[in-house]
Design a protein around this ligand. Structure first.
Ligand code: NAD
Length: 452
């Protein structure tokens, strides 16, 4: 599906008209192509007094090929940056928040198009005093507002990093920074990501962060699932692509294109979990990453909704995930270092008219992450979800025109996301290097106003 308005605005004549009339101005987003530099320009790395992360982050950025500049030497008012990165871990009470203003205010116009703003903090729950926890919580308001203010495809995120000494923390911080700075996170903004402790292994090559991993993708015949299969294979994974038998031809085409294998299976069939487990055990002996992407909608307002619509949506979108997780975990087919990633939706966060069944299932997916992530910590398996907003697929092409336009424009990017944007985010959460990122729900919604 094409967004004709965005194409028009990005043309010369369109730009002039949109500026004059004050219409939404969707920028062309920077998306990832293998081999791209991480950023379109240097990163300015600032820190509050006594910040604990500036030094390791400086090393991470330099190792990733980013030119890192020091604010003390930043005297050129015309300098433009690919990213502003600020270590706010040293802020221990509300008066210290002034340091944020001092860093960001003079540089509010210095970020290049599709540049990045990243603020690093300490999880409020881990802070030593109520005042420190208060100040660290305040960082959310700053980053979310910058995401709404800077425009031109600039994204802003807050990354809370545990103060512990687990070696996995720095590896996962590196993975997270590489994702958030790159074009992989084009449609992710205004998010809070938590990096905790956990088993995390850096890849031999960051261009192939999934090398050697066996990854199952459900609902892989089309839409987001097909994009996922392609992105994960591009990044080095061996992909097992699953979909219903009726989508067998499309599924086979995707699997052949990426050199993966195809499994035709209806996830709601009573024997689906055992058949899937048998297949994975026989073919691969394990599955490192399970991506629960298959999903359906059966929209009706609650008063008009028949029980079939309710049951089928809850079953495909939520209960089947639970049944499959149970069997794969019970048979120990997901090894230490494994990943579970589910696809939720902003409807599961904000609710949506006509989607009580869908929103219930997708909020349940968030509950699954909240409950399973701590339960599987000892087995060193991470559990996360992504919550897409308006993504240009067949599913959203069916939405009536005016609603569709509202969904597309009511976000900081003034446009819908692409399936690849969701796929790249799931990719990052699947990397062996991301093990210390668990229990997160990351929205891929261009900072949609829905549920904001
Ligand atoms: P889609 O309809 O294009 O693809 C979903 C796939 O899941 C299809 O190939 C379908 O055959 C498969 N599937 C459905 N029931 C299945 C079953 N019982 N067993 C096996 N496979 C089954 O949808 P999409 O837009 O690509 O959505 C993918 C996921 O993203 C879904 O979970 C959806 O709820 C979620 N999502 C999408 C959007 C969006 O804007 N498109 C927004 C938020 C969330």
């Amino acid at each position: 599906m094409t967004d004709r308005y965005a194409s028009f605005v990005q043309s010369g004549a369109g730009r002039a008209l949109v500026k004059r009339l004050g219409l939404p101005d969707p920028p062309r987003l920077r998306r990832h192509t293998p081999g791209d530099p991480l950023l379109p320009g240097p990163a300015l790395l600032g820190a509050a007094t006594d910040g604990r992360l500036a030094e390791p982050v400086g090393k991470i950025l330099t190792a990733a090929g980013v030119e890192v500049r020091d604010p003390a030497a930043d005297t050129d008012a015309a300098a433009r940056f690919g990213a502003l990165v600020y270590d706010a871990t040293g802020i221990t009470d509300s008066t210290g928040l002034r340091q944020l203003y001092d860093f960001f205010h003079p540089r509010a116009r210095s970020v290049l198009p599709s540049g990045r703003v990243i603020v690093l903090g300490t999880p409020p729950a881990e802070c030593g005093t109520p005042r420190e926890a208060t100040a660290q919580r305040a960082l959310e308001g700053l980053t979310r507002s910058i995401g709404k203010e800077f425009g031109r495809g600039v994204t802003a995120q807050l990354v809370y990093v545990t103060a512990g000494t687990d070696p996995g923390t720095l590896t996962s911080l590196e993975a997270t920074l590489r994702f958030l700075l790159s074009g992989r996170s084009a449609y992710v903004s205004g998010q809070v990501v938590r990096v905790g402790a956990g088993r995390a292994a850096p890849p031999a090559d960051w261009d192939h962060p999934l090398d050697g991993q066996v990854v199952l993708v459900t609902g892989a015949a089309r839409g987001i699932g097909a994009a996922l299969a392609r992105v994960l294979a591009r990044d080095g994974a061996q992909v097992v692509a699953l979909d219903i038998p009726a989508a067998g031809d499309e599924l086979a085409a995707v699997a052949n294109e990426i050199g993966g294998s195809a499994v035709q299976l209806d996830l709601t069939a009573p024997d689906a979990p055992t058949r899937l487990a048998d297949h994975l055990a026989a073919r691969h002996g394990r599955v490192d990453v399970v991506v629960h992407n298959a999903g359906i909608t059966r929209d009706k307002t609650l008063g008009r909704m028949d029980a079939d619509r309710w049951d089928s949506v809850i079953d495909v979108n939520l209960s089947s995930q639970e049944r499959i997780n149970d069997v794969l975990l019970e048979r120990e087919l997901i090894p230490a270092g494994g990943r579970l990633v589910s696809v939720s939706s902003i409807a599961g966060i904000a609710g949506n008219r006509g989607q009580t069944n869908y929103a219930t299932s997708k909020a349940g997916v968030i509950g699954l992450v909240d409950s399973l992530a701590p339960a599987l910590r000892d087995r060193q398996i991470s559990v996360n979800a992504v919550a897409p907003g308006f993504i240009e697929t067949r599913l959203t092409a069916r939405i009536p025109l005016m609603l569709r336009e509202a969904g597309r424009r009511m976000n900081s990017m003034s446009q819908g996301g692409l399936p690849v944007d969701v796929a790249e985010t799931i990719g990052w959460l699947s990397w062996p290097a991301s093990g210390a990122v668990s229990g997160n729900v990351v929205r891929v919604c261009g900072q949609s106003l829905l549920g904001a």
